[in-house]
Ligand binder design. Sequence first.
Ligand SMILES: [Fe+2]
Length: 434
Amino acid sequence: MPTNMPSNTHSRPRGGHFQALAQSLAPIAFLRALPAAPPALASASAGADLSAGMGAGVGASVSAGTAASAGASAAATAAPTASAAASVSAGAGAAAGVSAGTLALALFILVALLALLLMLREAASFALETVRLPADGGASDACAGATPDGNSLGDSGANAQVAAGAEPTAPGAGSYASAMPATASATAGDTGAAPASDSGGLRILHLSDIHLRLLPIPLPKIADAVRRAAPDIVVLTGDYLTSPKDAAPFLDWLSAIIAASGGAAFFLCFGNHDIKAFGYNAFELAAYEKQLKKLGVAVLENRTAIVERGGRAYSITGLRDFSRKPVRAEPALRAAPKAGCYRIGITHNPDIALDLPPRSLDLLLCGHFHGGQIWLPLNLQYTCLRKERLCRMGICSGLHELNGIKLYISRGLGCVLFPLRFRAKPEMTLIIAP
Ligand SMILES: [Fe+2]
């Protein structure tokens, strides 16, 4: 009787060990029973055959254990399964090797699939970061630049020089660059808390690296976060398109963000992917600029705009990306009022901060690095896969101070190559400037 099978096997002490093994293999036996199992899963079922193949008696015990887990109906087939398993008795040692290999392969595939799902999930979520900057005018004395490096954008002759690969040192120790804790910082998930309450200053919502083609975050979730952030201005720091075909969908996407912003002013600069999408063709890029302007978005490619909030002037200077040469940012930087104005720069590649005259801006917002997108041990995602100078110095994301300029590097929202992220959660950032 099939219902007696568990007690029979229990009466045999030698079979008890294999019964436990068989129970652990029960899910694999179940997979084998599927009518159209994938090759990897089907091969995993060989593990059950291996256990059975160690001997007829042991095989019966394994089958019994498997049947006990699968239910009484499955137990009815235990004896034939044991017979079949016993017939596969050609070299238990060799079979053990093969089965261990297939089990390891199946385990590897399962772990890989799980990791893939987790990375997809991370790429499809985002954080609304809030950063309140101190009202100290921006520049810190701890970060004075040194000598020119031959890539000067300014005319002061005092640009900072940093050797590639140099490590940032602790703040206050004569460091050139230092990581800065935000004076107020909160992270909220895409369904999380509202940002900090408004107690003055300019509320800047920073979006970067949209990469619309590989943006798995639903637009309504992003629009809802924009609505909750209640920004005074929205700045976008590049990388929206992969090809000109993305231009119209991006305009639609941006229109929804504009509608959600509650009347905020929009400022935008291009990233390397946008420029590449148009084949480095200045005329096509200019035509696209016109379409953006029709939406009310100010395109700042080496241009400066001034906004006022609470009786204070804020300049927004868009610095052209390195991939659109020549950069020639000096006239735009000079256009910002020298006194009484909080000077904000927007650009795509943070490396430009190394070439700016010291204290030429109070705040520079950028993206480009994606927070590494997929973390690797020893930060190999930066040191092996990128050639930019800042990320090799360990300045990769978040708030830093460099060359007398506060620098915020966004992890961005979208992805490149694959819609996957690992330990580099997408973000949009509400920055409250003094
Ligand atoms: Fe990007």
